[in-house]
Design a binder for this molecule. Structure first.
Ligand code: C2E
Ligand code: CA
Ligand code: CA
Ligand code: CA
Length: 275
């Protein structure tokens, strides 16, 4: 294969065809996946770094495909976004997450990731409020995680969506903070109560003084603005200590727990309350 030049390889790259075929398959099968009961919502704890107590769970979707095995959301969420399937899928995810959270103690919230299309769909805010009502979950126990890319176009729709839900009591978190663009203006403009500092900063905490300084600065700002700051992707005790020292109040990551099925989330909470 080395004999072929680079140009030719890029035209007839068999792996590209494979990726395309897989994408098409995912696209077709995703539509049936909900009906076939192949999707589940898993829950990853978000922990108070002072007390060690679980304050929230982030809902993360999983697809257990009968032939392909477990598919990660990074593979199928983008496909669902492209085809528009994310709207139906997203509604289902929110409903499931709200239903699970309704079983937890009153002070534990559930965080749900939102895709751009979901926010711009007509009646998006109403759909979320309906899901909450059906699950009997008070709006303040739902937190919607939004990345900066959603806010890039500064649309009226996004503003209205957030204002409407925020007025109802729903909370918002700015996700993947530090990976995008001019985050500070978003914090100023939209009703975020929480900032989630991306994993890339956290895994740099040990090595680089720079990441630590950035986390410290963001923590100080969060404190002043009465916002909470979550460190994502904590895998080691050293990272936990470092972000705690830098001023983070909440943490999430494999050090505490991976995402687990809802019955295990319930068990983690029950265990905690026994102590
Ligand atoms: P995210 O919102 O940034 O979610 C955090 C991701 O980091 C999750 O991956 C989680 O399992 C992973 N993670 C948590 N702790 C650690 C750690 O200590 N180390 C490492 N290496 N990773 C950790 P996951 O579940 O594969 O989700 C990937 C992305 O897919 C999410 O990134 C989110 O953008 C998207 N996603 C997941 N579920 C949903 C959903 O229900 N709706 C939408 N729209 N997007 C979703
Ligand atoms: Ca998230
Ligand atoms: Ca994130
Ligand atoms: Ca992400």
């Amino acid at each position: 294969a080395k004999v072929n030049g680079r140009n030719q390889a890029s035209f007839f790259d068999p792996s590209m065809t494979r990726d395309l075929v897989r994408r098409r398959e995912i696209e077709a099968e995703l539509r049936l996946a909900v009906q076939r009961d192949e999707l589940s919502i898993f829950f990853q704890p978000i922990v108070d770094l002072k007390s060690g107590k679980i304050r929230a769970f982030e809902a993360l979707v999983r697809w257990f495909h009968p032939e392909k095995g477990e598919l990660r959301p990074d593979e199928f969420i983008p496909v669902a976004e492209e085809t528009g399937a994310i709207i139906t899928l997203g509604n289902w995810i929110t409903a499931q997450a709200a239903r699970a959270a309704a079983q937890w103690p009153d002070d534990v919230t559930v965080a749900v990731n939102l895709s751009p299309l979901q926010i711009k769909a007509p009646g998006a805010a109403l759909g979320i409020l309906n899901a909450l009502r059906e699950a009997r979950l008070p709006p303040h126990r739902l937190e919607l995680e939004i990345t900066e890319t959603v806010l890039l176009d500064h649309s009226k729709q996004t503003e209205d969506f957030m204002a409407e839900l925020s007025a109802a009591g729903v909370r918002f978190a700015l996700d993947d903070f530090g990976t995008g663009y001019s985050s500070l203006s978003y914090i100023n403009k939209y009703p975020f109560g929480k900032i989630k500092v991306d994993r890339s900063f956290v895994s740099g905490v040990n090595a680089g003084k720079k990441s630590e300084a950035i986390i410290r600065a963001v923590s100080e700002m969060a404190l002043t603005l009465d916002m909470q700051i979550v460190a994502e992707g904590l895998e080691t005790i050293e990272q936990v200590d470092a972000v705690r020292k830098a001023g983070c109040t909440l943490g999430q990551g494999y050090y505490f727990s991976r995402a687990v099925p809802d019955y295990l989330a319930g068990m983690l909470l029950a265990q905690e309350r026994e102590k």
